[in-house]
Design a protein around this ligand. Sequence first.
Ligand code: PGD
Length: 763
Amino acid sequence: MSTVPHASHWGSFTAVRAADGTVGVRPHPDDPDPSALLANLPVAATGRARVLRPHVRRGWWEDGPGPDARRGRDELLAVGWDELLDRVAAEYRRVLATDGPAAVFGGSYGWASAGRFHHAQSQLHRFLNCLGGATRSSHTYSHGTAEVLLPHVVGSLEPLISPTAWSVVEASTDLVLAVGGLPAKNAQVASGGISRHEVAGRLRAARARGAEFVLVSPQRDDLAAELDADWLAVVPGTDAALLLAMSHVLVTEGLHDEDFLRRCCAGTEEFLASLRGEDDGVEKTPDWAAALTGVDAGRIRALARRAAAGRTMVTLSWSVPRARYGEQPLWAAIAFAALLGQIGLPGGGFGHGYASTGGVGRRAGSLALPTLPQFGDPLRRRIPVARIADALLAPGAEYEVDGRTETYPRLRLVHWAGGNPFHHHQDLQRLQRAFAAADTVVVHEPFWTSTARHADVVLPSTTTMERVDLGAARYDDRIVAMGRVHAPLGEARDDYAALAALADRLGVGERFTEGRTAPEWVEHLYEQWREGPAARAGVEAPPYAEFVAAGELPLPPEPVEKVLFASFRADPQRHPLRTPSGRIELHSDVVAGFGYDDCPGHPVWRAADEQPDAAFPLHLVANNPASRLHSQLDHGATSQASKVAGREPLRMHPADAAARGLVAGQVVVVRSRRGSCLAGLVPSAELREGVVQMSTGAWFDPVAGAQAGVTCGHGNVNVLTTDVGTSRLAQGCTGQHAVVEVAAHEGPRPRVTVFDQPVTGGS
Ligand code: PGD
């Protein structure tokens, strides 16, 4: 038996390898609340659903590159690394010679795996930068809307990256107003790694001290039951209306802080005029909001008064803006917090994304981490991350974003490593058409995800357990010496090795590798960090060999218990925000100047374009899963244990189930205007009536679906969602909501085949 320290996005752990090769995991002993997702990891070492050899799509191999609707349906051929990389290099030469680097899409969005050196996008971006760059993506699916809006409103991304520390909330907040909740499942995950899961403990301690919680969400279990929260079961997509009405109550009852508004905010008059209905003729009263949100007007009034009566932290989850007009609830939450006048005070104000990952609100280390140099992107051509299908389908088309009019480039070669767009993107049938428009799709993947199955070239990647690396993250309190747990399965190679071999063929091998092997790079990055940022910060880091022997290196805790915008509040003249006014912009002349009717110059409420109707009467909440990280290791033990009749579970209020004659455990078909999928029914009173919930991340299984007369036989929720941006301002992801109908599934039940090895031929 061997034991090896290791790290993942959902926790540090010790990998235990038995004599028969099986791998087990033991959580880090310092972790007070280890994640159940650790149990998904052992499947990676079994070979199930692993890409074990390089593969190529027959049509591409035999007929050459070009748009092809057979992508995703064609036969895959197992071929040798060398012959395949020769062909990929030839395709790179062709595309670069005819259309230049902008015709290569290297955005390659995705969470990939923990590990500073082997981080898949960093590897791919470095490789592409050696070749003159590529079209990349800007912002994220997680919080892309906030990334565009917040600079206009508060001048930075601080509320999202490093809001007031959890320890301050725990000690000082009287009322946590959690819009979108503080779901424990999301706090179990943090990009790059997390050694101690603390959020549940922080919340428990705050409650024990006397803090009270109010949950605004269509789902009651978006906040732990032990916190005794008052639950406002809003209609999905109406949070902005609720917050505007609560703002209206503060102003009409004189509960707003005029001094704070005068000193620290700009555009207050325009915002207040809009609350009075002077812009659209609609006064934003609690009665107005009650009809939209489904929350009684009396409760809205009472909540506004309660928020003004003590120290209130307004939190908005990252999920709420991930919907059409998602800019509005975020801006409305900031405006409500501004009216309360507690921004910059301990435990008051607002934060965006507490518990959306385990990192937000934890120590935000100022210490730079070991980082693979990228050389800089010479092209600097970006598309908004969630507009990938638009770009592939409409080269040359104009689109608007953040006040600019841009043009989509003609994308010929799509190169993806460390992401799963056939899980994460919306309207997957449209994405299939978009991928069909490319000349060539190259995917590096350890697993036969649906993205791998939609590629022309599939390069088998190692998993983290097959390589050494440095586990470190901005919010974590240690660096982990990630050890190699077992040898690569099949012919899998590190993404670094695959890209180095391709770089060699393209004449940039020496530049890409600088003559180092992967283990040499890991040691080099550590030593550079030890002698540079660590030494400058007074961190006594041992030499690499000693660090590896110890297994991890604790990092010093942050000295300050951060209060967001404390210095700004204390002296807005000396510490202005980086907005045009230097203050919090409740109305932005810049945004107003863009002239966007879908995102005017101050927070408003907009009804999503699609509303429930006779054909699709149910709201769907398509949120992140509890049983896996996104789509990662969907075939692992925890994720598989969550399935119902082998399908992704769909939760539905018992009254809605009864009205349709549906029972627990039944296989149902979920339909929207875009597509349909099978699911396993779970009746649950944790939901508001009229709302169903299904998590993202079940691997898209269109083959089985076609046999059953549905789009996906397994339950990938993104066959149901709409592929439109939040607004012309941010063009963010809107995957969180859709409208659907649910019915019993009749007829033969297709087998879920997406975890099987694909049927392949030989070249
Ligand atoms: P993951 O499943 O994490 O999803 O989308 P994302 O693409 O990040 O995909 C990571 C992939 O990287 C996996 O397939 C994994 O196997 C692969 N991988 C891991 N390690 C390596 C490696 O070392 N090398 C290579 N080559 N590959 C590796 C997540 C995205 O989904 C996000 S962040 C959000 S917040 C969105 N949320 C929603 C939502 O709320 N609702 C809907 N409907 N849709 C969403 N999609 C978005």
